[in-house]
Design a protein around this ligand. Structure first.
Ligand code: PAF
Length: 324
């Protein structure tokens, strides 16, 4: 082989290696709603920050609209390492990390300020430390929002109006125990099945935050929306340990900082949807009940609180309600 040929071969090998070295690691991120929704907004900010601050060594492939399955299935995939990232409600998370369940108690949080303060404070941050021993990395609390009831039958002002309604719930025992005290017939179901179940009348209603009701177009299959705000629905940005354990300390910092920015953006989108989305849902034909009897709902819930105090400790519940 002539010298020129050898030099050309070496050069093309070097260029090939450089090109190979520059290939970004593609992270699969899943969430239940559309790319334009609160989950999509938070996930996009996370991915853009990671991409930018790792000089494009990482990038994301988004799987919106439950393309990778229900939230429970996706948590299992995170544990197995077949999925890299998940932006999920706490709905099924307590089945994997029991310490999460306390934040799913209905009427635990007064408002968004209270909920966000608890999640960002020592109580919420301590819960995040319980994930690694279960094969999951929790990067940050994001947000789904306060949940409201929709149904195809009637306006709900007080629990007796909800009584007898077959309502889809998340696969979450804390919620189901509470909702039974309202007289609701809870029907746990994975979210990807919900639109069809509402359309076919398999269930009368469901409960979800405004950003979900909007982005999932539930106005097409539900007439009545009651602003019950009966439970805060926190969310989490989860990462597979398979990815985390390979990151340098500097990259771990980039991922953690990016998750904080994602949380801010996701919460802002929840605020925007709460402020503008209800009017939109009315335009889309929903009948909105704004004057819900919160006192009657809290009163109905009292027997469930006896169970919650036994399971989680009255002191621990008080520590959360005492946060100002
Ligand atoms: O109702 C649920 O299952 C959740 O709120 C949802 C829509 C999957 C978002 O996390």
């Amino acid at each position: 082989m002539k010298f020129g040929h050898i030099a050309a071969a070496c050069l093309s090998l070097a260029l090939g290696t450089a090109a190979f070295a520059q290939q970004p690691t593609v992270l699969k991120i899943g969430y239940a709603t559309s790319k334009e929704s609160h989950y999509g907004v938070g996930s996009t900010v996370f991915c853009e920050e990671v991409e930018k601050n790792t000089q494009n060594r990482f990038k994301c492939q988004h799987f919106a609209n439950s393309a990778l399955g229900g939230e429970r299935e996706q948590i299992e995939a995170i544990q197995l390492g077949t999925q890299d990232l998940l932006n999920t409600s706490t709905g099924p998370v307590g089945n994997f990390v029991p310490e999460v369940k306390i934040v799913d108690i209905p009427f635990l949080f007064r408002d968004y300020d209270h909920a966000r303060k608890v999640m960002d404070g020592p109580i919420g941050q301590d819960i995040l430390t319980k994930f690694p021993s279960k094969g999951i990395i929790a990067l940050a609390w994001t947000e789904n929002g306060f949940r409201h009831m929709t149904n195809s039958k009637r306006d709900i002002v007080k629990p007796t109006d909800a009584a007898g309604l077959k309502m889809r719930t998340m696969e979450n025992k804390v919620h189901m125990d509470g909702y039974r005290t309202f007289g609701i017939l809870p029907t746990p179901m994975a979210f990807p099945e919900l639109f069809g179940a509402l359309q076919q009348g398999t269930v009368d209603g469901q409960e979800n935050p405004i950003p979900v009701i909007l982005s999932s177009k539930f106005s097409q299959v539900q007439k009545h929306l009651s602003l019950t705000g009966h439970v805060y629905s926190p969310a989490l940005l989860l990462l597979s340990p398979k990815v985390w354990n390979k990151l340098s300390d500097a990259d771990k910092k980039v991922f953690t900082e990016a998750a904080k920015k994602a949380s801010i953006a996701q919460r802002k989108k929840v605020n925007d949807d709460e402020n503008n989305g209800i009017a939109q849902l009315e335009k889309d034909g929903m009948k909105v009940t704004r004057t819900v009897d919160g006192t009657a709902f809290r009163e109905a819930l009292k027997p469930a609180y006896v169970g919650y105090a036994k399971e989680f400790g009255a002191d621990n519940i008080k520590k959360i309600t005492d946060v100002k």
